[in-house]
Design a binder for this molecule. Sequence first.
Ligand code: XMP
Length: 395
Amino acid sequence: MLNHRLINPPREPEKFVKAAITFLQKHAKDKKVFCALSGGIDSSATYLLLKEANINTIPVFIDHGLMRIIRGVEERENITKLFPEVMVVDIREKFLPKIFGEEDAEVKRKLFKDAYSDTISKVIKEEKCDLLSDGTILPDIEESFGVKISDLKETMSLKEEISLKNKNIRGFVKSQHNLDIEYDVEATVQPVASLTKPEVRKVLEYFKMPNELVYRKAFPGPALSARIIGPVTSENLKFEKKVHDIVESTVDDYYTEKFGKPMIINDKGEQEPFQAFAATTTDVLLRKVTGIINGQRTYEVPLSIKGEWDFEKLVHFSSQIKGYARILYELYESHEGIYDVIIRSINSIDARTASVTNLPIDLIEELNYKLLEIPDTKNIYFDITPKPPATIEYV
Ligand code: XMP
């Protein structure tokens, strides 16, 4: 299998789209192309480029049941509204019993990886697709290969890539990039491989996509299983969907009211907020969660603190911690309820590092009240730890 990537295209959206069309027509003209849509910006931009280049494309959304809900709307409905021609493959009945009860984060990731790749292989076969197109972007590539994108060729074989990767990559962090999966296609085509997330957003703006898509927050492949610490159950999944929606939508509303859009580029060049979400579990203070120190993953319990709210002081304190994976500022303590809720909002350029969003305390209190209205909420925390020493997600 070969991989074709558009390397060093012009950055201005109109010129980029032209270059991407030329690239796609060079590699995919008269071919049938499989394109998985995840609901996120990278795959949406990839699909729009394929359409613009008039490539015969099968857009597919895999519904495994663990996607987030946004403003009460399931991802499946969001995506069919945006792209009515999308083929929805519903694997919930088969997939959910496999993931329910599984505790180990890496096993959860593997279950997702296998479910995605099995479903993709099946559709590729049924639809007789020649090529696969995906929304791999610049940080995915540079992180996976340990080299600059300009050191890659436009067309490379998987074998060449694996040997390059083995030469350059340092230390395992998370098994989250899927660059070594081989599908039964002639090649992959990756038109947005040289773009950063803000550049992908500009392409979506160029295509006049709605703000909800342009400023959509990044979401991990293992979906809400990355935000439910410990085993997923049908009960905690229902709870997580509700509290996740509250946190993400409330933070979105605050930014939209203040800046006219749900995300800004701040003076450090970060997308603010890059991700805003709720994580849940029972007894979070007894759970080992992930951190990252010197590029290596750590597993430690978090530490909770309470007292005067002084953002700068608290975040500075958290950035220095040793022996704990992260610091959680306690907003509400209870002896009733079932699930602890952790509010996480971070700013970032490319997810490799992240700073804590300086949300006003009034907004944090509003979130606290809204979360308390959900039955089964127990303790509520705001995570005040940058990456490093914490990671963005908890597993
Ligand atoms: P961490 O938690 O490592 O996350 O600081 C960095 C970025 O990657 C996303 N993430 C994942 N994405 N599969 C993915 O596709 C994964 O297993 C995974 N784990 C984390 C996370 O949302 C953040 O944007």
